[in-house]
Write a protein that binds this ligand. Structure first.
Ligand SMILES: Nc1nc2c(c(=O)[nH]1)N[C@H]1C(S)=C(S)[C@@H](COP(=O)(O)OP(=O)(O)OC[C@H]3O[C@@H](n4cnc5c(N)ncnc54)[C@H](O)[C@@H]3O)O[C@H]1N2
Ligand code: MOO
Length: 397
């Protein structure tokens, strides 16, 4: 086993996963949270035409003291008035309706003598002057056709969906989700509905890693649990390699120094694989390579190690494939309580970042600490103590 820095291994995972692809997809709710692969450009003006922001009367003012106007038309939303207002004329308009040519301003129905419902009256008396532009939304005032609504790399949020659809966009070029298979290995692992027996445990990594992959924008195609039998893992990897719908396999367990390390037994003889011990804790033992033509990233079996390794090593490569901007180098926080750390390796401590900017770490070996964590403190290699009040770098998880 070689020794490798986190930075070096993260780069190796990025090289292994490579670039993703892009596709043109309908701009609907299924596109939400994906990343744009190209700028999204308005197809239409928004608004598409001058329209009323109020239920009321579109008015073309007459004499300065004129209060009562002839109502020459009635315009519900969705219709296009075929007439033009002359000075001294008004038309009843509904919110969102196209205002007739000649409209100077709109007076809300509440500020007139007209009843809000029923047929339009012949005349209307205004209690407010029709101010120029008042309650009129002008064509293109929000966005002009051809304007960039969101740059490549932006996430398609529900609000961006609303903007883009309103501006007439029907499709978008987005990054294709990486199709992932997750394989948890270990003879001791019992599925949730099985009795683990005397020496077995409740299996948990497979769905944790699958959920992390989905949160990273992946399309999880397969979640499997495999024993420590090399032939069983080989058969499963053969099957996944033959599946054209799998871009990446993530395994957990079976990579350290024991006698039954199935992932290492099956993969380390392959010249395309590399098993290393990273200068990082947890998540130190790691492997990566190609099984056939399929990239495989091998995470350690401890749930905390697998979680941390996914965040620190795999997520950045997925973000890159999915067009997300590179994660910031972390944010600063103050240590809330003094604690020892192990020197000699970079530590990623599952921790809680509080609203007051302090960060505390329950016993990081425990899954309760993992479940409570909202960040990882990155403790540099040489540091053996985090002292209350010290500034540290944290990464949100
Ligand atoms: N002699 C050495 N022993 C170990 C070393 C070492 O360097 N020398 N490294 C330790 C470190 S650090 C880690 S991390 C683990 C990694 O071991 P493996 O990746 O081979 O994982 P396993 O041995 O299969 O399992 C470790 C641990 O996690 C539990 N586990 C495994 N898979 C699951 C799962 N899907 N769901 C829930 N829990 C799981 C498993 O039962 C073990 O308790 O090696 C250390 N040993
Ligand atoms: O590196 Mo292991 O993941 O310490 O626990």
């Amino acid at each position: 086993m070689g020794h490798r820095s986190v930075v070096e291994h993260r780069a190796a995972v990025e090289r292994l996963l490579g670039d993703g692809s892009r596709e043109q997809v309908p701009l609907d709710r299924h596109t939400a949270w994906r990343r744009l692969a190209a700028d999204l450009v308005a197809a239409d003006d928004l608004p598409r035409f001058d329209n009323s922001a109020m239920d009321g009367y579109a008015v073309c003012p007459g004499a300065p003291d004129q209060r009562t106007y002839l109502v020459v038309g009635d315009v519900p939303a969705g219709s296009a008035p075929a007439f033009t207002l002359a000075p001294g004329q008004a038309a009843r308009v509904m919110t969102g309706a196209r205002v007739p040519e000649g409209t100077v301003g709109v007076v809300p129905v509440e500020l007139t003598d007209a009843r809000p419902t029923g047929p339009a009256p012949e005349c209307v008396t205004l209690r407010q002057d029709p101010l120029p532009g008042r309650h009129v939304r002008l064509r293109g005032e929000d966005v002009a056709a051809g304007a960039v609504l969101a740059a490549a790399g932006s996430e398609v949020t529900p609000a961006l969906l609303a903007l883009a659809r309103s501006a007439g966009c029907t499709t978008a070029s987005v990054h294709v989700p990486t199709r992932v298979a997750v394989v948890a290995t270990g003879a001791e692992l019992a599925p949730p509905d099985a009795d683990p027996g005397a020496g077995g445990i409740h299996e948990s990594n497979s769905d944790m890693v699958a959920a992390l992959a989905e949160a990273a924008g992946c399309d999880v195609r397969r979640v499997a649990v495999c024993s420590d039998e090399p032939d069983e893992l080989r058969a499963l990897l053969d099957e996944l390699d033959a599946d054209p719908h799998v871009d990446l396999v993530v395994t957990t367990g079976g990579v350290s120094a024991g006698a039954y390390e199935v992932v290492r037994q099956v993969c380390s003889p392959l010249p395309t694989f590399d098993f290393v011990h990273l200068a990082m804790q947890p998540g130190g033992p790691q492997g990566l390579g190609r099984y056939g033509s399929t990239p495989v990233v091998c995470l350690p079996g401890t749930p905390v190690g697998a979680f941390v390794a996914f965040h620190v090593l795999v997520r950045p490569a997925l973000d890159r494939r999915h067009g997300a901007p590179a994660a910031p180098a972390g944010r600063a926080a103050y240590v809330g309580k003094t604690r020892h750390t192990r020197p000699g390796r970079v530590q990623f401590v599952t921790s809680v970042l509080h609203d007051d900017g302090t960060v505390t770490s329950p016993d990081a070996r425990h899954l309760t600490a993992l479940a409570a964590a909202n960040c990882l403190i990155e403790v540099p290699e040489g540091v053996d103590e985090l002292v209350e009040g010290d500034l540290v770098v944290v990464h949100p998880v």
